[in-house]
Ligand binder design. Structure first.
Ligand SMILES: [Zn+2]
Ligand SMILES: [Zn+2]
Length: 243
């Protein structure tokens, strides 16, 4: 314990923590070690769910438009928000694991916005599944960013009734989605990517798949389809930012 505290203090002196967005040295009153209070305050948090196809706003996690889809989308904020995007980027690509703290804080605020008292029962016994990475990718990064956020979320008493269940496994090492030109190509790229380890556990359940961003949706569609085929009743894709 002493060692960690000492070495952390030492590191803070050598490399004073700075905001991942504006790069300013963090003041002592900063709530988090990765972003300054000003940049954090610039992030707008959504108040509803969305249709994953047409982006229509939905007050409850129920599709009223594209009902052939297997899930609804919940997104904390917009990917066009620079501070939110930079936080996610820092966590995902620059190994700034500590960025998971303000991101979990924002996720908590969003969930409080959308899960009013009347909707809370939906979350009783719901499964929280972090979007899996292929094992090669996870080994390279050293962690799964969605798992980090999921673990932190469950430490908040309000959401501790969710069960963290990594039942989805990515078996296909897909090339980067950004290299695919169009949606069809992306969908083909991810087809058959996932398997479920304990099919019998999924049946009749409400599942929340947690991921960092939702862009084309091809990966999420595939994951949701896999879960629906296994008998999941309600599926909510929960992401930190949507395009
Ligand atoms: Zn800042
Ligand atoms: Zn729609």
């Amino acid at each position: 314990m002493w060692h960690t505290t000492l070495s952390n203090t030492f590191l803070d002196i050598l490399f004073p923590p700075q905001c991942v967005v504006c790069k300013k040295k963090l003041e002592n009153n900063a709530h988090y070690k990765s972003i300054c209070n000003q940049c954090l305050g610039l992030i707008d948090i959504h108040y509803g769910f969305f249709c994953p196809r047409c982006a229509r706003r939905l007050p409850t996690p129920r599709l009223v438009c594209h009902q052939e889809l297997h899930y609804v989308l919940g997104a904390v904020g917009s990917y066009h928000s620079t501070p939110l995007r930079e936080l996610i980027h820092a966590l995902k690509y620059n190994s700034v694991k500590i960025a998971s703290e303000p991101l979990t804080y924002l996720l908590d605020l969003y969930l409080k916005n959308v899960f009013s008292e009347s909707l809370r029962p939906l979350l009783d016994q719901a499964f929280l599944i972090p979007m899996p990475l292929h094992k090669k990718k996870e080994r390279k990064r050293g962690y799964n960013q969605a798992t980090l956020i999921a673990q932190k979320l469950l430490s908040i008493p309000e959401w501790s009734t969710l069960s963290l269940k990594p039942l989805l496994v990515k078996i296909k090492h897909t090339s980067s989605q950004t290299e695919c030109k169009n949606y069809k190509e992306r969908a083909r790229n991810v087809a058959g990517s996932f398997i479920i380890t304990h099919q019998e556990e999924i049946k009749g359940k409400t599942i929340i798949i947690l991921d960092d961003v939702f862009t084309s949706g091809a990966t999420m569609h595939e994951a949701a389809l896999t879960l629906r085929n296994a008998g999941a009743k309600n599926i909510i894709a929960l992401v930190l930012a949507k395009a």
